[in-house]
Write a protein that binds this ligand. Structure first.
Ligand code: BJW
Ligand code: ZN
Length: 253
């Protein structure tokens, strides 16, 4: 259990965060699994963060897929199935409003999430660092396909070449998509304020964006239920569920 947040402290912190956002010419936002928790999607770490007794670090690697593709596909097919009923929440929607407010070129939404909920909410430009649950990639010919929410076979194969398909997800020990990563690093390098929402900030290189913001002297606002590895870089901590904190923050701008 975490100590309850004093509502007066939260109001003061929200006012400070609103001021930092108003003062910024460019704003970047980095999101993690916590922003989708209120849409009913499980986060990776903490209570319930394990799957069939495996840590995500054991399932989400190319070695795990080579060793036991059936196990890995069960994990991903279950995640794909949970997306069919998941809807964007008020936190996702607040970030759509923020993008509209800042306009093109002054706002970047960078997400570690693979659930597609930012786009579903209406965010126009989303930098997906870790890929997408909707897409599959062929281990033979490399073709990438968007399979949406369609139900896939237990071990899906590529129609053109017959090789095994894999989720188009960035696993541990794999490189992030180069263009997406470059755009994210560039957005942080140019921002005056970075908002970090619902991430434990322990997975690199994504977590390195928070230290990078510090490096260019951008202000950092953290929105999370608890303090995290990002907290040491944060100028303001907004402790609480992002589905409540973000709409409140938007109303104060
Ligand atoms: C709420 C809330 C609410 C809850 N409101 N908040 C040592 C140092 C540096 C790096 C490494 C190292 N050892 C190994 C590495 C590299 C490794 C790494 O970072 N490992 C760490 C575990 C240490 N990184 C990589 O391998 C990356 N690639 C790479 O480095 O390439 C270079 C290279 C290539 C070749 C050889 C060698 C190097 C790739 C990382 C890819 C990570 N992908 C995953 C899995 C995707 C699969 C899938 O989705 O199934 O992406 S890992 C998993 O973690 C997923 C997430 O995007 C990512 C981040 O998790 P996130 O979003 O932070 O979730 P949680 O659960 O951790 O936190 C949720 C938070 O929400 C909590 O704080 C809650 O409190 C909060 N919350 N409800 C607000 N309502
Ligand atoms: Zn193929």
């Amino acid at each position: 259990m975490h100590p309850p947040v004093d509502p007066d402290d939260l109001t003061v912190a929200l006012e400070k965060a609103a001021r930092l956002i108003r003062q910024a010419n460019r704003l970047a936002v980095l999101t993690g699994a916590g922003i989708s928790a209120e849409s009913g999607l499980a986060t990776f770490r903490g209570a319930g963060g394990l799957w069939e007794g495996h840590a995500v670090e054991d399932v989400a690697t190319p070695m795990a897929f080579e060793r036991d593709p059936g196990l890995v596909w069960r994990f991903y097919n279950a995640r794909r199935a949970s997306l069919r009923t998941a809807r964007p929440n008020l936190g996702h929607e607040a970030l759509v409003r923020l993008e509209e407010r800042f306009g093109d070129g002054r706002f970047a939404l960078i997400t570690q999430n693979v659930d597609g909920l930012h786009r579903a909410a209406g965010s126009r430009r989303v930098l997906e660092l870790h890929g997408s649950l909707a897409r599959v990639r062929c281990t033979g010919c490399g073709i990438i396909e968007d399979r949406g929410q369609e139900e896939l076979a237990e071990l899906p194969h590529c129609t053109p070449c017959g090789a095994l398909l894999r989720p188009d997800i960035v696993w541990f020990h794999e490189m992030l998509p180069h263009d997406v990563w470059t755009a994210a690093a560039d957005a942080v390098a140019k921002c005056q304020c970075l908002m970090v929402v619902g991430t434990s900030a322990i997975v690199y290189p994504a977590a390195g964006l928070i230290a990078a913001a510090d490096f260019v002297d951008a202000r950092v606002i953290e929105v999370n239920l608890e303090r995290t590895a990002a907290s040491q870089h944060a100028n303001v901590h907004l402790l609480g569920p992002s589905g409540q904190i973000l709409p409140r923050l938007l109303r104060m701008l």
